[in-house]
Design a protein around this ligand. Structure first.
Ligand SMILES: *[C@@H]1O[C@H](CO)[C@@H](O)[C@H](O)[C@H]1NC(C)=O
Ligand SMILES: *[C@@H]1O[C@H](CO)[C@@H](O)[C@H](O)[C@H]1NC(C)=O
Ligand SMILES: *[C@@H]1O[C@H](CO)[C@@H](O)[C@H](O)[C@H]1NC(C)=O
Ligand SMILES: *[C@@H]1O[C@H](CO)[C@@H](O)[C@H](O)[C@H]1NC(C)=O
Ligand SMILES: *[C@@H]1O[C@H](CO)[C@@H](O)[C@H](O)[C@H]1NC(C)=O
Length: 438
């Protein structure tokens, strides 16, 4: 009897030991749920690695952590991401971007016509919804959710290639202001890409999670998201493990593109001052814009940069109009950039003040400030925000990847990965309206 007991004991011991060794030496389980950020201009996909507890943002074969939200239709196929973007110059009418601005949204015909005037592709009014007209070997329409699905499919494939397992489940983020219909159509986009959506999470909540704020002792979090073309400010309130959006405001006509535009106007004027004529060739303006865009990025880190752009200027000489090749050179300082944009930067504070008023909160009561979106790298913008609150914002996570990082954490939670158990549950904000300044 005693012998039997000790034998059972040994067996149990051996099983425990095997389990322990297994845990030590077996490869960790693969993530089964991916986190998707379907952005207006860029998309990213990330996973929570159960083995290390780290977030991995999936790279493409060239090491890039996000893909442009662009889908191009040609005679030979449908191209999403960088491949789609590369076709935008030669195939502008069939290269669709900004589809997120249309997904699941109900329009009246006049508003849609106004909104679509700035695009090189055709937007069609279809009984309240927007469709895109594509003309390749035949003429057909595609829906915004179909465009979304091609981007999500691309990211699903990137994830499958990296992880080496099939992926069928996802968590996806949407703007806090999205209504139920817009959320449903985003889910439909994921379904079209063969993905089952386990949860839809608000972008500002995801950004707060990227900083671990779902686990920290904080109550009021302000998220400032300044992208290429829009500013979104959200005031979140955390009660227990739950995030509630208290107020939203923004400006859907303010972003990095506007800052670049100011710099472009300034350099165009400098060309005119130096040579007597502004650049007029489309190709020259394109080159100048690219140089100015690069300079803007450099000025985030450098106090000044040197622009050098070869231009063909249309001079009028003694013998009439003639083209002259010049090398335009100019020193641009960060100070100039800040002066050119001072009024635009100042506009960032209005929606911040609005969410505080609507949320009945004093600025001293904001526990953490989270910055999202590439334009929040601009030093002057960080300074304005920290001066306003009298404290430093949270900036340690790459502002372009904060949302996808948070979505990947949520995906890890949904996938049941140890050691994360706390889930950020969101209280739906049914009666909340976003205040827009623009
Ligand atoms: C038209 O082009 C698409 C690819 O964009 C292709 O799948 C389809 O078969 C083509 N249709 C015809 C009729 O050639
Ligand atoms: C147009 O939309 C309305 C309301 O969304 C719907 O009831 C109607 O069936 C739609 N008509 C067509 C032709 O799809
Ligand atoms: C969204 O989808 C849910 C579940 O499929 C459905 O019950 C609801 O009516 C939909 N809402 C809208 C506004 O489309
Ligand atoms: C910006 O920085 C990059 C890398 O540091 C450099 O290659 C490029 O020439 C710089 N551009 C300007 C306009 O100074
Ligand atoms: C950022 O967030 C963390 C919480 O994860 C907090 O401990 C830290 O103090 C915050 N603030 C700054 C300025 O980094």
């Amino acid at each position: 009897m005693a012998g039997e007991m000790s034998m059972i004991g040994s067996v149990i011991l051996a099983l425990l030991l095997a389990g322990y060794l297994g845990q030590q030496y077996l490869p960790p389980p693969k993530p089964r749920v991916i986190g998707l950020d379907l952005g207006t201009t860029f998309c990213s996909v990330g996973v929570f690695q159960p083995g290390t507890g780290e977030i991995e943002i999936i790279e493409d074969d060239k090491g890039r952590k996000s893909i442009p939200s662009v889908v191009s239709f040609t005679l030979t196929g449908v191209f999403a991401g960088h491949e789609g973007q590369e076709l935008s110059d030669v195939n502008p009418q069939n290269t669709i971007y900004d589809a997120k601005r249309f997904i699941g949204k109900i329009f009246d015909e006049e508003t849609l016509e106004k909104e679509s005037a700035r695009y090189p592709f055709k937007v069609i009014f279809n009984n309240g919804s927007a469709d895109f007209l594509v003309n390749t070997n035949s003429t057909f329409t595609v829906t915004p959710e179909f465009i979304g699905s091609r981007l999500l499919l691309k990211m699903r494939k990137m994830a499958e290639k990296q992880l080496g397992v099939p992926v069928e489940k996802a968590v996806i983020s949407v703007p806090a202001e999205f209504d139920e219909r817009q959320r449903n159509y985003t889910i439909r986009a994921a379904n079209l890409a063969g993905l089952d959506v386990l949860r839809v999470i608000n972008e500002p909540t995801a950004a707060a999670m990227a900083y671990g704020l779902h686990k920290a002792e904080v109550f009021n979090v302000l998220v400032v998201d300044l992208g290429g073309g829009t500013l979104d400010v959200s005031l979140l309130n955390k009660q227990g493990g739950m995030f509630l959006t208290r107020a939203m405001a923004g400006n859907n006509q303010l972003g990095g593109q506007d800052f670049t535009q100011r710099l472009l106007q300034y350099t165009t004027e400098r060309v005119r001052q130096q040579y007597g004529v502004p650049p007029t060739l489309k190709e020259d303006i394109h080159l100048l814009r690219q140089a100015v865009e690069a300079a803007k990025l450099n000025l985030t880190q450098e106090p000044h940069v040197h622009l050098r752009v070869p231009l063909y200027l249309q001079m009028t000489g003694a013998s009439g109009a003639q083209e002259e090749k010049v090398l335009f050179e100019e020193k641009l300082t960060r100070e100039t950039f800040e002066e050119l944009n001072a009024d635009l930067f100042q506009k960032i504070l209005a929606p911040i003040e609005t969410v505080l008023v609507e949320g009945h909160l004093d600025k001293q009561e904001v526990d953490e400030i989270v910055l999202v979106g590439g334009s929040t790298r601009i030093p002057r913008i960080r300074q304005l925000i920290s001066q306003y609150f009298g404290k430093e914002p949270n900036t340690s996570v790459d502002p372009d990847l904060a949302v996808v990082t948070g979505v990947a954490i949520q995906a890890g939670i949904m996938g049941g990965s140890w050691p994360l158990q706390v889930s950020a549950i969101e209280i739906p904000n049914r009666h909340l309206r976003k205040t827009n300044f623009s």
